[in-house]
Ligand binder design. Sequence first.
Ligand SMILES: C=C(O[C@@H]1C=C(C(=O)O)C=C[C@H]1O)C(=O)O
Length: 115
Amino acid sequence: MTTSSTGTGEVDPAVLAELTRLRDSIDNIDAAVVHMLAERFKATQQVGHLKAAHRLPPADPAREGRQIARLRALAEDAKLDPAFAEKFLNFIVAEVIRHHERIAETAPGTTPPAG
Ligand SMILES: C=C(O[C@@H]1C=C(C(=O)O)C=C[C@H]1O)C(=O)O
């Protein structure tokens, strides 16, 4: 068995170096996720304004169903838990729908669609 400490209460420097290398990679991935989410929300905000201007409902469950099926398949291919991929998409979409509802309530010259 490999040991992760030097026996003096200190962590082996090689282990610390590997931990730092992996965490650098995690930090880069987290930054990419933030940037990708920011781009996605820029696009969905525009969808929200388009929907409000044309009195379309904030949510589109049929579209969401297709996105979930597609994402689950992509997740399986990528060896990511499809249930997690679905939960993650639902979390984001719920926030988008909240934004769309707010846009519809506040868009000038529009009355929110009923229901
Ligand atoms: C962005 C849209 O609005 C909502 C949000 C979605 C999303 O974040 O992907 C998908 C469907 C809609 O419920 C859309 O209709 O395309």
